[in-house]
Design a protein around this ligand. Structure first.
Ligand SMILES: Nc1ncnc2c1ncn2[C@@H]1O[C@H](COP(=O)(O)OP(=O)(O)OP(=O)(O)O)[C@@H](O)[C@H]1O
Length: 236
């Protein structure tokens, strides 16, 4: 008996991107399956955001082939809510009129902000605004969710709460996910695979075991040390 293998949601083959005479993505290969959570770490300037922008269709390719699902959404480090629209309208942006309000409310409930639907963005804390940005991304049920350091500006406690929330939301919606982060712990705790990037290429691909997702477990400590070594970070 043969088992049908699902085609990956994202498939990049030899993807190249240049800015002027500088090559930022060098014949890069990448696959992400539906429901798979992939984290991408690497030194500043190695091309992480360029790759994410390319997958989002915000940057053109200079070479190679790219297959992405028809629906994708990006969540950025800053929430990018429109201040002149109430929270629910920010979430409902571009949804079909008839159901927009109800869908926005239910997405806000999913991120624990059902009672903030009528609030103005300016009245939200940083963590709340970022939860609204997540609701706005997920209400469209994208097949590809691109996260560009969405937790970087949050305090440590809020970040931990956001990790739990994102894990639950993603388990429910099952998009393919690419998270760009500078936080090695965050990458291990959230992702199924952690990729390290160097000079425009994927340098290594680490599958995260269930044990490694427990901070303090030996598997976590070992993987963390491996990733930091790959990034050239020596812990004092
Ligand atoms: N629009 C642009 N025009 C010219 N060069 C650019 C442009 N965008 C990015 N670059 C250059 O491409 C390289 C990769 O940038 P990119 O933002 O992808 O890196 P990154 O890995 O996301 O970095 P960081 O971790 O600091 O955000 C950098 O050297 C950057 O200066």
């Amino acid at each position: 008996m043969t088992t049908a293998v699902e085609a990956p949601a994202v498939r990049a083959r030899s993807v190249t991107r240049r800015y002027g005479d500088r090559t930022v993505l060098h014949e890069l290969d990448l696959e992400i399956r539906r429901g798979e959570f992939v984290a991408l770490i690497g030194k500043s300037g190695c091309g992480k955001t360029t790759l994410l922008r390319t997958l989002a269709g915000l940057d053109a390719l200079d070479g190679g082939d790219l297959t992405v699902p028809p629906s994708s959404t990006v969540v950025f480090q800053e929430h990018r809510l429109l201040p002149w629209w109430k929270v629910w309208r920010n979430v409902a942006i571009n949804l079909p009129r008839g159901t927009a309000r109800a869908r926005a409310r239910s997405a806000l409930e999913e991120v624990g902000l059902g009672d903030h639907a009528e609030a103005w963005p300016v009245t939200l804390s940083g963590g709340e605004a970022q939860r609204v940005a997540l609701a706005r991304a997920l209400v469209r049920e994208p097949e590809l969710l691109l996260l560009d350091e969405p937790f970087a500006a949050l305090d440590a406690l809020t970040r931990i709460r956001m990790h739990g929330l994102v894990r639950n939301l993603i388990a429910r919606h099952r998009p393919a996910v690419l998270l760009v982060t500078h936080d090695v712990d965050e990458a291990i705790l959230l992702a199924d695979r952690v990729l390290t990037m160097r000079e425009g290429r994927i340098a290594a691909d680490h599958r995260v075991s269930a044990a490694a997702r427990t901070r303090g477990d030996a598997a976590f400590v070992t993987l963390r040390a491996e990733l930091l070594a790959e990034l050239g970070v020596v812990e004092q």
